[in-house]
Design a protein around this ligand. Structure first.
Ligand SMILES: C[S@@+](CC[C@H](N)C(=O)[O-])C[C@H]1O[C@@H](n2cnc3c(N)ncnc32)[C@H](O)[C@@H]1O
Length: 284
């Protein structure tokens, strides 16, 4: 079952440490937002209709979607595709631990360059991955060809990064972080926050549903939320060199300083506020 080829592609997957940090973040995301994840998987599963026999998870990362789908559809084979070997290593350790290694197959492929050979699939899942692709419309054309007629593509994307901090901390800090990020990423990730509905239609799909999932978790939250806040805000800050004011950097410093006295890990007042939007698109 294992066609996870170990040709590391540093050009696309970046330095290993960056992958490790992203892997940690997507696992925390799935754990902390588990109720969103099960809602959106349930939503996609119902729209898929019947029992999919073959499912493809595009840009699977550590396989949080692949695992949720494998559990939702125990009779289905799940093909989990990603460019990053460290991500797929983590996925494989996870699925072995869960006893799902017979059901979930990891496949390494760079979707900027190629589509992995797959038999026709019934359901394609793409969560927070399409916006990473250089040419998402090319990838969508490949998805279209890989789906059986009548098969469903479910795309889920974040509407924004989550906000964690009470408003009185450096008033407006998280809004400024996100604005700086949008500016910094405009070149690097031009498809972030794209409106996927019209694009899916232009690529030949019939968009059958679109749903926004509002996430609003109130304090007090479990300790994992602090780690999620730390990982998420640290990643945000790291992409913003030179774009944040000294004042905002000074506010962020202690919040993200390990488990120091001012650390988000020690705050009892964190919340998680964000939204994700999902589109269900069928190959006619
Ligand atoms: C933000 S993560 C999302 C992971 C997972 N789908 C989730 O929702 O938790 C984006 C993933 O897309 C993968 N990715 C980015 N560019 C890719 C490409 N060209 N081909 C395949 N995978 C890619 C990354 O390696 C990463 O694992």
């Amino acid at each position: 079952m294992d066609s996870h080829h170990h040709h590391h592609d540093q050009h696309h997957s970046g330095p290993g440490s960056d992958d490790a940090a992203l892997a940690e973040l997507v696992d925390l995301d799935a754990e902390v937002l588990h109720s969103y994840l099960s809602d959106v998987v349930e939503w996609a599963g119902e729209l898929a209709g019947g029992l999919p026999r073959r499912i493809l998870d595009l840009g699977t990362g550590t396989g949080t979607g692949a695992v949720a789908l494998a559990r939702r559809f125990p009779g289905a084979d799940v093909i989990a595709v990603d460019v990053s070997a460290p991500m797929l290593d983590r996925l494989q350790a996870k699925v072995r631990g869960l006893g799902l290694d017979g059901q979930i197959q990891a496949v390494q492929a760079d979707l900027d360059a190629e589509w992995p050979a797959t038999p026709p699939v019934d359901l394609v899942w793409a969560s927070n991955s399409l916006h990473h692709m250089k040419d998402p419309d090319q990838v969508l054309a490949w998805v279209f060809a890989a789906l059986r007629p009548g098969g469903l593509l479910a795309v889920a994307e974040m509407d924004s990064f989550p906000r964690f901090l009470p408003d009185h901390i450096g008033p407006g800090l998280e809004a400024r972080l996100q604005a700086a990020l949008a500016e910094a990423r405009a070149d690097e990730l031009p498809h972030l926050y794209s409106d996927w509905g019209p694009r899916l239609g232009a690529d030949g799909f019939t968009v059958e549903a679109r749903r926004t999932f509002d996430i609003d978790l109130a304090a007090p939250l479990p300790a994992l939320a602090g780690r999620f806040a730390q990982a998420s805000l640290t990643r945000l800050r790291s992409g913003l060199d030179g774009r944040l004011s000294p004042g905002d950097l000074a506010t962020l410093g202690p919040l993200l300083d390990g488990d120091g006295p001012g650390s988000v890990l020690r705050r009892g007042d964190l919340t998680i506020r964000t939204a994700r939007t999902a589109w269900a698109a069928r190959r006619p």
